[in-house]
Design a protein around this ligand. Sequence first.
Ligand code: NAD
Length: 546
Amino acid sequence: MADAHVHTPPPANEAVRSYAPGTPERASVQARLADLTDANTEIPLVIGGKPVMSANLRPINAPHRHELVVGRHVTGGVKETQAAIDAALAARPGWASTPFKDRAAIFLRAAALLAGPWRDTVNAATMLGQSKTVQQAEIDSAAELIDFWRFNVHYADQLLAQQPGSDPTAWNRMEYRGLEGFVFAITPFNFTSIALNLPTAPALMGNTVVFKPSRETLLVCHFLMEVLRVAGLPDGVINMIAGDAVQISGQVLADRNLAGIHFTGSTGVFQSLWKTVGNNIAKYRTYPRLVGETGGKDFILAHPSADQTALTTAMIRGAFEYQGQKCSAPSRAYIPQSTWKRIKADLAEQVEGIPMGDIADFRNFMGAVINEEAFKKHKGAIAYARGNARSSIVAGGRTDARQGWFVRPTVIETTDPSFRLMEEELFGPILTVYAYPDKDFDRTLDIVDQTSPYALTGAIFARDRAAVIKAADRLVHAAGNFYVNDKPTGAVVGLQPFGGARASGTNDKAGSPLNLVRWTSPRTVKETYVPPMDYRYPYMADELPT
Ligand code: NAD
């Protein structure tokens, strides 16, 4: 074997395409969207590199068109879950001994395939399955996932370069091993990039994975598993399973070889996984690493010195893009009464004018919410606000389930900063505003900090620098991603590493070295050149004659 000290190529963020009328990318993604709309794709499990089909198929309907079945997926049970665990364990020795540069090359090739020939397929599948506009699909399933794959390679390389010191008697080294066992990746519906980052980040570090995506993302995950296969990922390194989440998780968490969980989703589910691991702790071969990015109740706080137009735009884009179903979407806003008086009518007018509908119609800014359960939850929250003396509907407040799960972008005003909708995560297009007395900025900082158990994202809007300093200081634990004069969504890999604390997660910052470090169990090696030949130390020698 020839030796070289290889460096991975420096990463750059993938450019986001515009899809404006007349552009070639618009025509090509529209053509792919039309193909996939009619394809009724069959989605197998992928175990040991082989597609697992069955007669037992479950339909996936487009959220914006109930009657449209975009795919039918295999539902696995106990047998398939065990097969996925076994396949991950069988692939582990070969993958763990594959040199880093070769593992990295597979993910760099996957990034290039996604940036080029697979981009339209993956974007179109995300649009159909998750009801994303082309813009929202492009920044997620294309740009962010490409960035995850390229930047993670770079960060892993930096991590491997971290080595201890040596002296003339011995050479010390750190070897970055994968964890002993397999990693379980459980992923949410709302980001394709997260769905694939969670299994691939541990895989890059030498781990093999059982991957359970959210049902709503199975169409796009099916294509991305194919991208990884074409890129050269060996059989069994990532095994995709679908079915009853509780059964699958219960079985996987009972396996003594569970070495880690890479989770993104709701706080309650992560806490239940943590409890199960706690109950099983004596059974495991090693302490499983628990990484979870979970819920949020993200905020926008405005100071009386805030720029009103920037504030209004941030509230609309932040709260309503992708129907408010971003973990980072602001769902509570604290606006000084004087500012609120000036922006309220304009905000309401803009929100009422937001175009919403089928994502195949590129004039729309919003699609449908993900499923009936979400729709009912949002409808219930709006009804609660409408019937409450402490709140009123400023804009939106209408729902329509005839063709799809459509919830109009809704702004609610409350006179009570502890109003239920200021505290609970709804994960939909509902923004609740509390207009605070201008003189109470300091008191409002405490309210923002203490109103919810979460601490994911938040933003301060102010021209006054002293207000920015004060907010950044007082809200130091209220958000893992804090924005000054910007909406609190849209974090970019390599620029704003993402994650929150408190009930929002373990804050291991996806797309950064801090995340990758969780998927490695380093071994320190000391190699001594001339070992001692006598156990006795000099101090033990006979005393000198006096
Ligand atoms: P979810 O918790 O319902 O589901 C996440 C995953 O867990 C899915 O694969 C699901 O099938 C599985 N699951 C559901 N119930 C389970 C159970 N009882 N046992 C084991 N697995 C189970 O979350 P979701 O609705 O897909 O996503 C929305 C949530 O994710 C929101 O709370 C949002 O804030 C959060 N989120 C957080 C981040 C972040 O970075 N902090 C990012 C995206 C989404």
